[in-house]
Design a protein around this ligand. Structure first.
Ligand code: NOJ
Length: 537
């Protein structure tokens, strides 16, 4: 099954010199563990599957993996509802498998980072069970956000906050005598009660969790909802108005409270005891000054930036997104980050129009992204050019589908398992045909096996581009100098000498002067075709 597993010489991790800033230009590969590779035939990906595929990741040339949550979880939100942050969920394996994965990845010079979910726990976490069994005002309830209801008999939620996943953000629980009692806050699903970050035990427990994984050799953490962890008490008395109710994080006072920075400073103190480790915050904050605050030298190392993923395939929009992302980190001398997709948003091939055109544009965009200074995040399957899958209603699993009353289909379409080999589902992903989401038969042409030796495939483009980025000195310098370019196009130059040109028009355009390194599509009469990008030196 793992025909790619043993392609490289394994080096002794102790022989590798400690590089404490590796994350500043790293390529992170995001693994959505359910969907990457299944080693035990239950139709769900697992850590054994990741171990089996390390050879592939080395071949692809990535520097680090980011594992979406693998901790113990009842899976109401596929792992973003953690019931024990210091255990591996049996669905994915156990601590021994995790230890082996860390060791083997390090042997191939691949760092391992994990998702942390500190904003909330699962409703099956022992703390939440203890809170439900305790009286209002108890220390057990103080770890979460419990409030009396409003209205004369407390039968209304404490405020009008919606959940990000649809429906109200408050759920009422029973009192000890069985009568309706207090309400608890859950910004996401009902099974994800928000923690109270003013509570010392909550802070202390995260410190314990950080050390637990760092002591096992983990190289860093992606921090879920990093901009939403602090909810000052006075905020909880407020109703939301206007835009906030439309869930735009910048207009939503539940996010990006000043108090959040103290939490991140606490996290950073622990991280600094482990040189060479890193943190990446999920920070949906558009305001550049406020975004930069998260990556001050004593806070998080990196902040996820979604601006490029939010831009249409339009030269002006892309240029704005790039400039904006660079500006956001400039004041704090931070590292820009780039992502075209992840497990929460539609895949780029689909966003850019789907079919051949969407694929051509996605090819152009990965060249643009890899030409930029900073850290790049590749979501598993993007390197195969996977599109979103239009799944039938009866297989949808994302809690968003139910909570929105079927108004929103949710995120399952970008989470369909990765096709590895063979001509029909499950394409080597699993030995079972009952994969947790069905895989489209037409993905036969998109398997790793089918693409590996096809020089024109998306996978070959990724491999070649990643290799050039690592080897060529022209990819140096943190500045981006814009070139004049025809309308509908853009071009920039790195100080090291790399030039990247992108044609978002419908017609071929002349290339800037220089020697062509590679292009996302064959040139047409020496010109860059529509929906394509090129690198020159
Ligand atoms: C952001 C994660 O990326 C998403 O998948 C999850 O549902 C929410 N946070 C809640 O944890």
């Amino acid at each position: 099954m793992s025909y790619l597993a043993d392609l490289a010489v394994v080096t002794d991790p102790k022989e590798q010199a400690l590089d404490t800033t590796w994350w500043k230009d790293a390529i992170f590969y995001q693994i959505y563990p359910r969907s990457f590779s299944d080693s035990n035939g239950d139709g769900v990906g697992d850590l054994g599957g990741v171990r089996d595929r390390l050879g592939y990741l080395e071949l692809l040339g990535v520097d680090a993996i980011w594992l979406s949550p693998v901790m113990k979880s009842p899976m109401a939100d596929h792992g973003y509802d953690v019931s024990d942050p210091r255990a591996i969920d049996p669905l994915f394996g156990d601590l021994d498998v995790m230890d082996a994965l860390i060791e083997e990845a390090h042997g191939r010079d691949i760092k391992v980072t994990m998702d942390l979910v500190p904003n909330h726990t699962s409703d099956q976490h022992p703390w939440f069970a203890a809170a439900l069994a305790s009286a209002p005002g108890s220390p057990e309830r103080a770890r979460y956000i419990f409030r009396d209801g409003s209205g004369p008999d407390g039968s209304q939620p404490p405020n009008n906050w919606p959940s990000i996943f649809g429906g109200p953000a408050w759920t009422r629980v029973d009192s000890a005598d069985g009568s309706p009692g207090q309400w608890y806050l859950h910004i996401f699903a009902q099974e994800q009660p928000d923690l109270n970050w003013d509570n010392a035990e909550v802070v202390e427990d995260l410190t314990t969790t950080l050390r637990f994984w760092l002591d096992r050799g983990i190289d860093g953490f992606r921090i879920d909802v990093a901009h939403g962890m602090a909810k000052p008490a006075e905020l909880l008395d407020m109703n939301l108005e206007g835009n906030a109710l439309m869930k735009n994080d910048d207009d939503d006072p539940r996010f990006d409270n000043d108090a959040v920075h103290e939490i991140h400073r606490g996290i950073r103190k622990v991280m600094d005891e482990y040189p060479g480790t890193t943190t990446i915050g999920e920070i949906w904050v558009q305001d550049n000054a406020r975004f930069g605050d998260y990556i001050r030298p004593d806070e998080l190392h990196l902040g996820f930036n979604f601006r490029l993923a939010e831009a249409d395939f339009d030269a002006a929009a892309i240029r704005d997104a790039v400039t904006n992302s660079l500006d956001a980190v400039e004041r704090v001398d931070g590292t820009p980050t780039w992502a075209l997709s992840n497990h929460d948003i539609a895949r780029e091939v689909t966003r850019y129009g789907g079919g051949d055109r969407g694929t051509q544009r996605a090819r152009a965009m990965i060249l643009l992204e890899l030409a930029l200074p900073g850290t790049v995040f590749v979501y598993n399957g993007a390197e195969l050019g996977l599109p979103n899958v239009d799944l039938p209603d009866d297989v949808l699993q994302d809690p968003v589908w139910e909570r929105s009353g079927h108004a929103e289909r949710g995120r399952d379409g970008c989470r369909v398992p990765v096709p590895w080999e063979g001509t029909e589902p499950p394409f080597g992903f699993s030995s079972s045909t009952r994969t947790w989401l069905p895989m489209p038969p037409e993905w036969a042409s998109r398997t790793v096996e089918a693409q590996l030796e096809d020089v024109d495939s998306m996978l070959s483009l990724y491999r070649a581009a990643i290799e050039l980025r690592a080897l060529r000195p022209e990819f140096s310098g943190t500045e981006v100098d814009w070139y004049g370019s025809p309308p509908g196009c853009l071009a920039f130059r790195r100080r090291g000498g790399l030039i990247c040109a992108l044609n978002a028009t419908d017609v071929p355009i002349p290339l800037p002067p220089g020697e062509l390194l590679m292009a996302s599509a064959p040139l047409v009469d020496g010109q860059l075709p529509a929906d394509a990008a090129a690198w020159l030196v």
